[in-house]
Design a protein around this ligand. Structure first.
Ligand code: NAP
Length: 255
């Protein structure tokens, strides 16, 4: 990880769960991290925590709604003017809404698609352009995918979400191919966790907190830190190693 010291990583969805754990782990490794989300107060608290822990890197909170292209573009332009540009982009922000294919609302589908697919793609394009304009040839784009991006879960509330994560599988491999065509050494990876204990299920089942809690009660789930360790592993591989996907489930998870 030594080569990443003082380089800049953008972590989307850094206000909680996996994104906060990834941001913290990168600051511990001495990186400059721009952490973005809508609930910027949480990221400010995490930044203060990292500072008082004496971690070698810094966390810079940024308020951004990833379903809004203008917000994303102004964030990249602020990073360009204040910190040069992005060397690592961790596309982590994501959500699920309980909108089934047979009777779900179009607005719920749009909420998922706009962040999980479009926001991720806009951040990827802007991060790549930022690397190219500064002749950064060793950058890395990491997408936080899901096991639902490889298998359709047998739960109707997760079907549209699963489709957005299948898109992330295709987008990561398509990106890898375009990066080779462009003759760069920038790498593209996705990490595909099974159930991770975060606020994710509470937002999916926001009208039924007991159902949300049950998601995490019947097995020993992954922790956000387990996913953060996978991110650190992927980044710490030598530049000639291109990890495509890491699939990781709780040991007790069946589907
Ligand atoms: N938890 C799981 O079991 C699990 C399993 C597999 C994959 N994943 C994936 O892991 C990633 C992180 O999820 P998590 O479990 O950490 O969930 P989480 O605790 O709900 O965190 C989601 C993050 O995404 C951000 N986000 C959502 N909508 C946003 C928007 N419009 N603009 C900006 N940020 C937005 C949230 O920030 P704000 O709300 O503050 O904006 C928050 O920081 C997601 O891509 C998810 O699909 C999760």
């Amino acid at each position: 990880m030594e080569r990443w010291r003082d380089r800049l990583a953008l972590v989307t969805g850094a206000s909680g769960g996996v994104g906060a754990a990834v941001a913290r782990a990168l600051v511990q490794q001495g990186l400059k991290v721009v952490g973005c989300a809508r609930t910027v107060g949480n990221i400010e608290e995490l930044a203060a925590e990292c500072k008082s822990a004496g971690y070698p890197g810094t966390l810079i909170p940024y308020r951004c709604d990833l379903s809004n292209e203008e917000d994303i573009l102004s964030m990249f332009s602020a990073v360009r003017s204040q910190h040069s540009g992005v060397d690592i982009c961790i596309n982590n922000a994501g959500l699920a809404r309980p909108d089934t294919l047979l009777s779900g609302s179009t607005s719920g589908w749009k909420d998922m698609f706009n962040v999980n697919v479009l926001g991720l793609s806009i951040c990827t394009r802007e991060a790549y352009q930022s690397m190219r304009e500064r002749k950064v040839d060793d950058g890395h784009i990491i997408n936080i995918n899901s096991m639902s991006g490889h298998q359709v879960p047998p739960q109707s509330v997760a079907h549209f979400y699963s489709a957005t994560k299948y898109a992330v599988t295709a987008l990561t491999e398509g990106l890898r191919q375009e990066l080779r065509e462009a003759q760069t050494h920038i790498r593209a990876t996705c990490i595909s966790p099974g159930v991770v204990e975060t606020q994710f299920a509470f937002k999916l089942h926001d009208k039924d907190p007991e159902k949300a809690a049950a998601t995490y009660e019947h097995m020993k789930c992954l922790k956000p830190e387990d996913v953060a360790k996978a991110v650190i592993y992927v980044l710490s591989t030598p530049p000639h190693v291109q990890v495509g996907d890491i699939q990781m489930r709780p040991t007790e998870q069946v589907t």
